[in-house]
Write a protein of this length. Structure first.
Length: 358
């Protein structure tokens, strides 16, 4: 199977603009469109609905929502509705969310791994049309069911009924569930039950570490690693040159990644701790103008894919070689977003479509 290409849009722009970019992304060959979920931006589900009504082929979904600020039952109802609207073009990503943001809302960020695991279990049952009775450490569901989800014979693209172990498959909606996973325990645990993993990584070193943890979880559960779609959520910026690709928000995006990375990750990339501390201090003191001189090329290489077409193609190959099956172009995408989307679709995606994966 060839490498899948997804793209992330942050709904901090008007919904009509997100829709326009989504239409371009679909037209140039992207497989997935992922929309982020932050309370301070445009609403995730409204944005996805608008995209659903203006696209016809691309798979769309939250990348990712979380079970802390939105109940798995409400997320299930929303994604099933959009799946119905798109006639089966959805996927859903569920992660732990951002601790600082959640606590700003008065939501306690307790038991994140357990919360995500239980959230995925509940989400899957509801999407499948089951009446859910679930008594976990976090959630207590007492007979919830989505009334509009019916269990039906599942058919393939040719209309033939799907068989599993010689029996016809009867289920509700077939919506892939991805886990937004970053830490060791989250990666291992979610690999036991998710259909795919979405992990923030723009460098092969980080994917290699993540893959070891994912494989541990897969092996513990008796699954096959081939059953998982391994998504790398990258910070990405493409232009005609490295210097052009740095324009816009690239250094700001990298600065926030540097500030949020534990020392073990900084050490993995041989980054200077004093330089990284200077970036953290500039952000905390809102000295954003200083970031241009504080963000080094080494930081950019560790935490983003920034450059011309040739560089980006080489890095994508490197990511694929260590296990990535779903490459996600994340913010800032490029200094000119429209041109960047078209460039990726016309000049990069075809290279990976033409490869022989047999």
């Amino acid at each position: 199977m060839s490498l899948r290409f997804g793209i992330e849009f942050v709904p901090d722009e008007p919904v009509n603009q997100i829709v326009n970019w989504s239409k371009i992304a679909e037209s140039v060959g992207f497989d997935n469109i992922w929309i982020t979920d932050h309370f301070n931006n445009r609403n995730l589900w409204v944005t996805l609905t608008a995209i659903a009504l203006n696209t016809s082929k691309v798979t769309i979904g939250p990348g990712v929502t979380n079970p802390f600020h939105t109940s798995p039952a409400l997320s299930a109802a929303a994604i099933v509705t959009i799946d119905e609207l798109t006639e089966g073009r959805t996927a859903v990503g569920l992660g732990a969310g951002d601790r600082m943001t959640l606590e700003t809302l008065g939501i306690q960020w307790n038991l994140p791994v357990t919360t995500v695991i239980e959230g995925i279990q509940i989400l899957r049952k509801l999407i499948n049309g089951e009446r859910v009775r679930f008594h976990g450490r976090v959630f207590d569901i007492r007979g919830a069911k989505l009334s509009h989800v019916k269990k039906e014979h599942q058919v393939d693209k040719d209309g033939k009924r799907i068989l599993k172990d010689g029996k016809e498959v009867i289920s509700g909606r077939r919506i892939p569930i991805y886990a937004g996973a970053q830490g060791p325990m989250m990666l291992k645990k979610t690999a036991t039950l998710a259909d795919g993993i979405l992990t923030n990584a723009s460098h092969p070193k980080d994917i290699e570490i993540a893959m070891k943890l994912i494989k541990e979880g897969v092996n513990q559960s008796g699954r096959d690693i081939k059953d998982l779609d391994i998504g790398a959520y990258t910070a990405f910026s493409i232009a005609d040159s490295y210097q052009d690709a740095l324009k816009g928000d690239t250094k700001m995006v990298v600065a926030f990644i540097v500030a949020g990375s534990p020392s073990s990750v900084l050490e993995r990339h041989s980054l200077n701790f004093e330089q990284c501390d200077a970036v953290k201090n500039a952000l905390s003191e809102k000295r954003y103008g200083d970031l241009d001189s504080l963000i080094t090329d080494e930081m950019i290489d560790a935490f983003a894919i920034v450059g011309d077409k040739e560089f980006c193609i080489n890095r994508i190959h490197e990511m694929e070689d260590v296990g990535v099956t779903h490459f996600i172009v994340g913010s800032p995408i490029g200094p000119d977003k429209r041109k960047a989307i078209e460039k990726i679709g016309k000049e990069i995606i075809p290279i990976f479509r033409e490869r022989d994966y047999s």
